[in-house]
Design a protein around this ligand. Structure first.
Ligand code: GLY
Length: 425
C-alpha cells in the first residue's frame, strides 16, 4: 500500500515509524512532515490543515490509505474530503469529530447516556454564566466550547478569575468562534490518565493507558503546554480501571454515535480523572495524543496498519493487538520560551550519539533540516523516548540520551513519570 500520513509533529513521526515497519506499506509519504520523519517517509510540503491540498496530493501520489494525525484537520472535515474523493482514510468524519470539536456536544452525550463526568452547564450569555459561577463557587473550570489549540481550558481558583475567563471567551476576542459559547464545569479531584481505543463505528478495540505531563516545569508547575512528557503503562490505569472506562464511558459513547447516524471511526482518546469512585470523563479527543502516541507506538508489538485499516473498513472485532510488558517513556525537549513565544532556527547537535543509547528512539516534533544540520522549528522540538523493563530504567535511559543532546536553546522537565516512580515502595 502507498500510505500518506497527514501532520508534522512527534505524534506523526511515531506513526510513520510504526507504519514504515509494516510489511503492508510499500511507500510512505508524510505531509508536511519534519526532519526526523524524512528518515522514514518522503515528506511533501502541504499544510496539515489544507484539506483540498492534501486530497489533491493523495490523488497525485495514488495513495491507497491516508492516516490523519492532528485534531484541527479532523474537526474541519478532512476525513470527509478523502472519503468524497474515494480514498480510504483513518480518522473520524467531521460529524463524529465533534466529540473533540464541541465540548457541549460531548457533555450532552454524557448526560443522555449516564456517562460519568463532572456536572456542567453551557452558556452563550455572560450574565447567565456569571450567575451560575457565583452559585457554584470556586474552584471551577471554564472551557471554550470549540477547539482552541489546547489553550481553551481555564481552571479558575476564584470566582473572579472564572468570570474574567468567561468574559474573555464570550467577547470573541480570545478564541474567536471557538469561544462563542462556554462550558462551565465542576472542578474534579483525582489523578488524570489518557486511554486510547480504536473504533470502526461499531466495534471497539482497547489499546492501553498512558499519563501525560501538561505543565511546563518540574513538580507540575508553570503554564499549561501540549504535553511535556508521557509514559505507559500508567499504574493508576490498571486492568480494572480500563474495563470500567470501556464499559462506562467508551462503549456507551460509541453506541450513541452509531445510533445518531454519525459512527465514530478512528482512535478515541479518553481523558479520565480517577478517584476512589472510579473513572470520570474529562474530555474526548478524536485522534492520538501527542506525546502519548509516541509511547504507545513503542510498546505496540503488532502491525499497526491492519488495525488502522480495520477502523476505516470495519472488522475490528476480528483483530487483537499485542503490547510489550515493558515501560515506554518520552521526554519532550522544547525551545526555551515555549509555550509562549520562542525563536526558531537554533542548531541541535548530538542526536546521533543520543539515539545510540540502549532502548532509545528519538521522535522529531518540530525540526527542519538545513543540509546536514538539524534546526529547531517549533515549540515542542524533540521527543526523546526509551523502553526498558521498568519505568525507572526507561527514565534513566531517556535522560541519558537527553544529556547527550547539545542544544543550549532547549529545555525539558527532569521528572517525567514522577507519579509512577514515587508509587514504588
Ligand atoms: N497530550 C495531550 C493531547 O494530545 O491533547
Amino acid at each position: 500500500m502507498r500510505i500518506l500520513v497527514v501532520g508534522g509533529g512527534g505524534r506523526e513521526h511515531a506513526l510513520c515509524w510504526a507504519i514504515s515497519a509494516s510489511p503492508l506499506c510499500t511507500k510512505l509519504f508524510c505531509a508536511p512532515g519534519n526532519a526526523g520523519i524524512a528518515q522514514v517517509a518522503e515528506c511533501i510540503d502541504v499544510g496539515a490543515e489544507d484539506i483540498p491540498g492534501q486530497v489533491a496530493l493523495a490523488q497525485r501520489l495514488n495513495i491507497d490509505f491516508v492516516v490523519i494525525g492532528p485534531d484541527a484537520a479532523l474537526v474541519a472535515g478532512m476525513a470527509d474530503g478523502f472519503t468524497a474523493a474515494g480514498i480510504k482514510v483513518f480518522g473520524p468524519s467531521k460529524a463524529a469529530a465533534r466529540l473533540e470539536g464541541s465540548k457541549s456536544f460531548t457533555k450532552a452525550i454524557c448526560k443522555e447516556n449516564n456517562i460519568p463526568t463532572s456536572a456542567s452547564e453551557n452558556f452563550a450569555d455572560v450574565a447567565k454564566a456569571e450567575a451560575y459561577i457565583r452559585s457554584q463557587g470556586a474552584p471551577i473550570v471554564v472551557k471554550a466550547d470549540g477547539l482552541a489549540a489546547g489553550k481553551g481550558v481555564i481552571v479558575a481558583e476564584t470566582v473572579d478569575q472564572a468570570i474574567e475567563a468567561v468574559r474573555d471567551m464570550l467577547s470573541g476576542n480570545r478564541f474567536g468562534a471557538a469561544g462563542s459559547s462556554v462550558v462551565i464545569e465542576e472542578f474534579m479531584q483525582g489523578e488524570e490518565a489518557s486511554f486510547f481505543a480504536l473504533c470502526d463505528g461499531e466495534h471497539v478495540l482497547p489499546m492501553v493507558g498512558a499519563q501525560d505531563h501538561k505543565r511546563a516545569f518540574d513538580g507540575d508547575k508553570g503554564p499549561n503546554t501540549g504535553g511535556m512528557g508521557a509514559y505507559s503503562p500508567a499504574p493508576v490505569f490498571d486492568a480494572a480501571m480500563q474495563k470500567r472506562t470501556m464499559d462506562e464511558i467508551v462503549l456507551p459513547t460509541i453506541r450513541a454515535m452509531a445510533r445518531a447516524g454519525t459512527p465514530f471511526k478512528g482512535v478515541l482518546y479518553v481523558g479520565v480523572m480517577i478517584d476512589a469512585k472510579g473513572p470520570r470523563l474529562v474530555e474526548f479527543n478524536c485522534r492520538f495524543g501527542d506525546p502519548e502516541c509516541q509511547v504507545l507506538m513503542m510498546r505496540l508489538k503488532s502491525d499497526l496498519v491492519p488495525a488502522l485499516i480495520a477502523c476505516a473498513d470495519g472488522g475490528l472485532k476480528h483483530l487483537d493487538l499485542r503490547w510489550s510488558e515493558q515501560a515506554a517513556l518520552t521526554v519532550i525537549l522544547a525551545t526555551k520560551g515555549y509555550p509562549d513565544s520562542y525563536p526558531r532556527g537554533s542548531e541541535i547537535r548530538g542526536l546521533d550519539a543520543a539515539a545510540k543509547v540502549e532502548g532509545v528512539e528519538i521522535f522529531h516534533a518540530g525540526t527542519k533540516a538545513d543540509g546536514s544540520r538539524i534546526l529547531a522549528n517549533g515549540g515542542r522540538v524533540l521527543n526523546v523516548s526509551a523502553m526498558a523493563p521498568s519505568v525507572e530504567e526507561a527514565r534513566t535511559r531517556a535522560y541519558r540520551a537527553v544529556d547527550l543532546i547539545d542544544w543550549p536553546e532547549g529545555f525539558c522537565r527532569r521528572d517525567i513519570a514522577w507519579r509512577a516512580v514515587s508509587r514504588k515502595p
